[in-house]
Design a protein around this ligand. Structure first.
Ligand code: ZN
Length: 418
């Protein structure tokens, strides 16, 4: 590896067939060789390893997937994503819980398991509302934090073997959540193979994910990074569920994170029929298995790339200062694919203590704390965590900064007058 240079094994095998149904796929967007989005560098000159990052779509089941999946041991060896404390996220948990309760999927007697539970924020929310909570997460540093927060959590990947262990120790679970982790596994079948081991006969599996239709329609190309190996709609996920003895029975859409969908599945043997909502979403996904559906998304991504680079250069030439806001995985994709570096955007502000002082890989932009940023606020914040837009603006204004303006990267590049 060279210092500060991208390196990539050119012999890597790229998958051309759908990992779910074996159908043929077409290339939707190719972002070239990119670093692992969550592996922040310790110094600006640190070696950065890159891997191919391209999304292909199945022309049969419409499942969108990366052509190359990084080995999970590599991907998660230095995993430092901690679910942030967020009013909007807590509100979202409430919304999902209400939907599940109102439709009879969860109740006070439910035993709940959360796969990829991180530090246990969802379980903390559910704890007073259900009978029991239990988390499982593969990252030991994250599990330690969960246990400190009094959320019982296993340090394992969820699969058939760990599911059996959970069943033996705690019994069948009435609701199994898999929030934003279902895209993070090359073989979602490994997770699904464990479900029948530990799901109660009339229990529900609740899978939450960015809704791929939103990603496309709102031009959120920065949802694409190596951890997101799959991009789900109902049709694509339904196919995977079916091949693992499960079926979709309900779905709920929410605007959080730029468009999120909650899929509710049951064991195939359950008498529950799919709700009208499932039929409506499936109908709205017509055409997602065809290249034409994505033409606008691809051209808009290019337009936004040019527009944002132009805006940043123009502001820079006027002597304006720009910082990014949010050293998220999305930021790594956006900054690197758009070719924005520390020369134009010297700092990215973040509230996660573990990220402060590190650098966005390749772009080499240093992460600073909100307190540090407040000492000398820039003229503009590029909102790389656009999914927390209102919360960030509120926070910056509440801290007495009335001067900094905000740049939104999509659906259209615009300066927000807030
Ligand atoms: Zn397929």
């Amino acid at each position: 590896m060279q210092m500060g240079q991208p390196v990539c094994d050119s012999d890597m095998e790229l998958e051309q067939h759908c990992r779910s149904c074996g159908g043929s796929t077409f290339e939707l967007l190719n972002l070239g060789d990119q670093p692992l989005a969550n592996n922040l560098s310790l110094s600006p000159g640190a070696p950065v390893e890159t891997f191919p990052l391209a999304v292909r779509v199945c022309d049969r089941c419409s499942l969108a997937q990366l052509s190359y999946c990084v080995d999970k041991e590599v991907l998660y060896s230095d995993y430092n994503y901690v679910t942030p404390e967020s009013v909007e996220l807590t509100r979202h948990y409430g919304e999902v819980y209400d939907f599940l309760r109102e439709n009879g999927h969860i109740g006070p007697e439910s035993m709940v398991l959360d796969i990829g539970s991180n530090i246990g924020r969802l379980l903390e929310f559910l704890k007073p509302r259900v009978k029991s909570v239990l988390g499982i997460d593969p990252a030991q540093n994250i599990v330690d934090l969960a246990i400190d927060r009094h959320i019982p959590t296993f340090c394992r990947f969820f699969n058939e073997a760990s599911a059996r262990e959970i069943d033996e120790a705690f019994g069948k679970q009435d609701a199994i959540f898999a929030r934003h982790c279902f895209a993070h596994n090359e073989d979602p079948g490994q997770i699904l193979a464990g479900i029948p081991q530990v799901l109660a006969p009339e229990g529900v599996m609740v899978i939450e994910n960015a809704y791929f239709r939103d990603t496309v329609e709102k031009c959120e190309f920065d949802q694409i990074y190596h951890e997101h190996m799959y991009y789900y709609n109902l049709r694509g996920l339904g196919g995977i569920l079916q091949s693992h003895g499960l079926k979709l029975v309900d779905a709920h859409h929410s605007d959080v994170h730029g468009g999120t969908i909650v899929f509710v599945a049951k064991l195939a043997a359950s008498p529950t029929e799919p709700s009208g909502r499932v039929r409506d979403y499936l109908a709205s996904e017509a055409g997602m298995h065809r290249p034409e559906y994505y033409e606008r998304f691809v051209s808009q991504t290019w337009r936004n790339r040019n527009a944002l680079r132009h805006l940043v250069d123009e502001l820079h030439a006027e002597g304006k200062t720009i910082h990014a806001y949010g050293a998220s995985a999305k930021a790594t994709t956006l900054l690197n694919y758009y070719g924005i570096t520390a020369a134009q955007v010297p700092f990215v502000v973040d509230f996660t203590p573990e990220k402060i002082g590190k650098y966005v890989p390749l772009a080499n932009i240093q992460v600073i704390s909100e307190e540090e940023a407040a000492k000398d606020p820039p003229d503009y914040y590029l909102l790389t965590i656009w999914n927390y837009r209102d919360e960030v603006i509120r926070k910056v204004r509440a801290a007495g900064n009335t001067r900094t303006r905000f740049i939104l990267p999509h659906p259209d590049v615009e300066i927000v007058e807030a």
